[in-house]
Design a protein around this ligand. Sequence first.
Ligand SMILES: NC(=O)C1=CN([C@@H]2O[C@H](COP(=O)(O)OP(=O)(O)OC[C@H]3O[C@@H](n4cnc5c(N)ncnc54)[C@H](O)[C@@H]3O)[C@@H](O)[C@H]2O)C=CC1
Ligand SMILES: O=C(O)C1=NCCCC1
Length: 312
Amino acid sequence: MAEQPVFLSNDVVARFLSYDELIPRLEEVLGRFSRGSSSDVVQPVRSVIPIHNHSGFLGLMPAYIAHEDTLCTKMVAFYRREENVNLPSTQATVLLFNPEYGNVTAVMDGLDITHKRTAAVSAISAKLLMPAQSDVLCILGCGHQAVSHYEIFTKLFSFKEVRVCSRRLETAERFAAGVQGPVTVLSSAKEAVHGADIIITVTNSSKPVLFGEWVKPGAHIVAVGACRPDWRELDDVLMRDAVIYVDSREGAAVESGDIILSGAEVFAELGEVLNGTRPALRNKTTVFKSLGMGIQDAVAAKLVFDEWKSSQ
Ligand SMILES: NC(=O)C1=CN([C@@H]2O[C@H](COP(=O)(O)OP(=O)(O)OC[C@H]3O[C@@H](n4cnc5c(N)ncnc54)[C@H](O)[C@@H]3O)[C@@H](O)[C@H]2O)C=CC1
Ligand SMILES: O=C(O)C1=NCCCC1
């Protein structure tokens, strides 16, 4: 009879999930995904059901990675919260299976995985696409993803200035007080992005928060929010003028309002750049439109489980 699944709380997951180990695994799996062999990496586009009564949605994100025999699914609920509502915007659970028998080996809280793997993929895009001389980082939105993005971007790169701006000034000030390191808080998004070399949008907005006319030519934009087909973070001018990279073309065509509604063409997947089959056009204005993928959760969950198991 199969063993009972282990439950790993968010604290335990966080203890065993390090960016140093996560980043190379994400690079590898993104490259494999973009080689397009469905016998190696299987990942359908996320199934999403809206939770109309509560301004949220539930996403189901299964994935199978054959070469490392990882079978996993994440279930993630996201809610568009007002900042003064003291409820979490994201809840996530990851199930890791024994692929041979189909039983669940681990049930993990998926919050830390979601925060870290998203920020890590954004950092991979920056490594590939940000201008060679990048002095100013700007983060628009000061929620949970902003924290993990701040953490990894300031760990991997050295900026002369990090600016933040959120819908409410108090949120940005709270963010600045909570992170380890210097931050300039601005009350206007236009001022915050002025002259920035990298701009990360991590908002829950359904309307553009970043406009092409504000953006310094050659900047790299990492667009993490707007993960529904009718949500936007970036305006048409930016989407038209920039070179667009995505995590998954298939996912972007179904889920990204910025791509679908602007009619912008996708130039490449991040995995194609990692594989060397499409170029990294660092000298142009580039957008990495991130939506999140089940394979990213799967490699993170496998890493956590293996580390946890060897600690027992
Ligand atoms: N691409 C991916 O893999 C993932 C994307 N997401 C998306 O990332 C976004 C952020 O997620 P969380 O940080 O967890 O959400 P959150 O609810 O913790 O934070 C959202 C932040 O956006 C700010 N905001 C809203 N409108 C704004 C505006 N017009 N200008 C500036 N700031 C504004 C809010 O004030 C808040 O600080 C969400 O859209 C979420 O769906 C989340 C997980 C993974
Ligand atoms: O990939 C994820 O995880 C998510 N993406 C979009 C918003 C909810 C979580």
